[in-house]
Design a protein. Structure first.
Length: 247
């Protein structure tokens, strides 16, 4: 897929959120690098420059094609659905934002190079990764607040007369220090055979929060859901490898 085509697909993914958003080494890893990767991710608050240095870049050669989307949220929160207070943190995730707010962030688009036929019904398609620097206690609070929302928020009714349904998945295992995963779907259009939804996986590694998102839709959405969830966690694991470690 050409760079222009990848960016167009990522743009479509971003628009869909509003409408309904390292090293890939294995095996022969040097012992020193293996020891470093096993160390916990830093609890220090990374600066914007430190975060940018640690985030996957377009020249990385892991299993994903990466597109730099900059350091600012690409969704205007004014355009997001509003709803019950218990759904507030779920809604914020659409706009690449969290509560407490990040001190720095970097956004990346990604395609899984292990499946180059992006038009297949079961292909993951474009993914989005939001990597956020936080104070350590705030990073813990982001996951705690989101988990509380997911427990109390079955969905909401937005200002543009759309009903949204939230479905929580089991927490991903072995993904950073802790993680949650869920799907949000436009319930108003849920009876449509191609009703779109967005799958989110939010993980914390040390003081860094990683929010990953992919779309679920098309003629056979039930075939896409598992590949998207798998690709999101793989992408986050690749990113976690790149984060600074505690000394």
């Amino acid at each position: 897929m050409s760079d222009a085509a990848r960016r167009a697909a990522l743009g479509a993914l971003t628009a869909g959120v509003v409408a309904v958003t390292g090293c890939g080494c294995s095996g022969g890893q040097p012992k020193a690098a293996a020891a470093q990767s096993a160390a916990p991710v830093t609890r220090q608050t990374l600066s914007q420059a430190q975060l940018k240095q640690a985030v996957l870049g377009e020249k990385d050669h892991g299993p994903f094609d990466i597109t730099d989307l900059g350091s600012k949220p690409v969704i205007d929160l004014q355009d997001l659905p509003s709803g019950k207070p218990a759904c507030g943190n779920v809604g914020l995730a659409y706009g690449q934002q969290t509560r407490p707010a990040a001190t720095a962030q970097e956004l990346r688009g990604a395609f899984d190079k292990r499946d180059d036929k992006y038009t297949r019904p079961a292909a993951p398609g474009p993914l989005m990764l939001d990597v956020q620097a936080h104070r350590y206690a705030d990073a813990q609070a982001v996951i705690r607040n989101l988990r509380a929302d997911l427990h109390a928020c079955p969905g909401w009714h937005s200002k543009d007369a759309v009903d949204w349904k939230v479905t929580r998945y089991a927490d991903p295992k072995n993904l950073g220090d802790e993680a949650v995963s869920y799907r949000v779907v436009n319930k108003t259009d849920a009876k449509h055979p191609r009703a779109a939804g967005s799958v989110f996986t939010v993980a914390r590694a040390g003081s860094v929060v990683l929010l990953a998102m992919g779309s679920v839709g098309g003629p056979r959405p039930e075939l896409v859901e598992a590949p998207v969830r798998g690709a999101l966690t793989d992408l986050q694991r690749e990113q976690i490898k790149r984060l600074p470690r505690q000394h």
